[in-house]
Design a protein around this ligand. Structure first.
Ligand SMILES: Nc1ncnc2c1ncn2[C@@H]1O[C@H](COP(=O)(O)OP(=O)(O)O)[C@@H](O)[C@H]1O
Ligand SMILES: [Mg+2]
Length: 271
């Protein structure tokens, strides 16, 4: 087992996940190793079913791998419930479907308030309303959004709220799992730009997961390509996109280019 490079925030080593037990179960992730440096965006791409979300679940501590390790700044990231508060807030998730990850009846103010209650060390000392408005402004939402219910917001606004909720607890790493896949192309571009701005301003690292290499291309510094539970290729975005070494990456790239040519885009691709 190789040691992670010194400048590593997240380090995933030899990860293996099996679902179910019938006939030995289904190996969804098989020996995946990847790392994310501080303030870097790693794009994790692969077709639906390739195991991307399973990797994300391991990083979030929602499932336990059969084998392998997940570490943050050299400290093991165990199951979510057993993480020290500081590690728990350091790694925050943004999911694909904001409508299922936000309670539609809660106001935006309540969503953010809950995040601050969960991690009191990150709650503002002074005027909470002012801090809330600043946070909303940072994600491109009007302060008046604070009193609106999540269920009354558009998909793009919901995703901005999800991002605000993650940012509220001052994370170091955002894991975005298909975070723009349910959005219209124009809104996708806005959210991608927002994530990249926030990364720079707040010195965040991103593990950006998508089935769409075209989307990953817009934001990633490095790209890791997954196929059937394994990593087939990993490298600087310019290298992977400019001169893909693996046939599978080339196929993903062709698919992304076809979409740019005006072929109808299937936004509902299951992921
Ligand atoms: N809870 C589960 N039980 C059984 N199989 C699962 C479960 N979750 C995912 N899988 C299977 O594992 C594979 C990888 O799934 P997933 O990690 O969601 O892939 P991706 O996010 O790349 O679409 C798929 O074949 C999927 O059907
Ligand atoms: Mg997925």
């Amino acid at each position: 087992m190789n040691a992670p490079p010194p400048d590593t925030l997240l380090d995933v080593r030899d990860l293996r996940v099996t679902y179910g037990r019938r006939r030995g179960g289904f190996r969804a992730v098989d020996g995946v190793s990847l790392s994310v440096a501080p303030e870097e965006t790693l794009g994790l791409v692969g077709e639906s079913g390739s195991g991307k979300t399973t990797v994300a679940r391991c990083v979030a501590g929602l499932i336990r791998p059969d084998a392998g390790t997940v570490a943050f700044e050299g400290r093991p990231l165990g199951p979510a419930g057993r993480r020290p508060a500081e590690l728990q807030r350091a790694v925050q998730m943004v999911f694909q479907d904001p409508r299922s990850s936000l309670n539609p009846r809660m106001t935006v103010a309540a969503v953010i308030g809950e995040a601050w209650r969960t991690h009191p060390s990150t709650a503002p000392d002074g005027d909470r309303t002012e801090a809330l408005h600043r946070l909303l402004d940072d994600v491109g939402l009007d302060p008046s959004t604070a009193q609106r219910r999540a269920g009354d917001l558009s998909g793009g606004q919901c995703q901005r709220v999800s991002i605000a909720r993650a940012l509220a607890v001052s994370p170091r790493l955002l894991v975005c799992d298909e975070a723009v896949s349910a959005l219209d192309v124009s809104v996708q571009a806005q959210i991608l730009r927002l994530l990249d701005d926030l990364r720079r301003e707040r010195k965040l690292a991103l593990l950006f997961i998508s089935h769409d290499l075209g989307v990953v291309h817009q934001i990633a510094d490095r790209v890791a390509v997954m196929r059937r539970g394994e990593l087939v290729e990993q490298g600087a975005a310019a290298d992977v996109m400019g001169a893909p070494r693996h046939e599978y990456t080339r196929a993903l790239l062709d698919a992304a280019l076809d979409l740019d040519d005006g072929t109808p885009r299937d936004k509902d691709t299951p992921a």
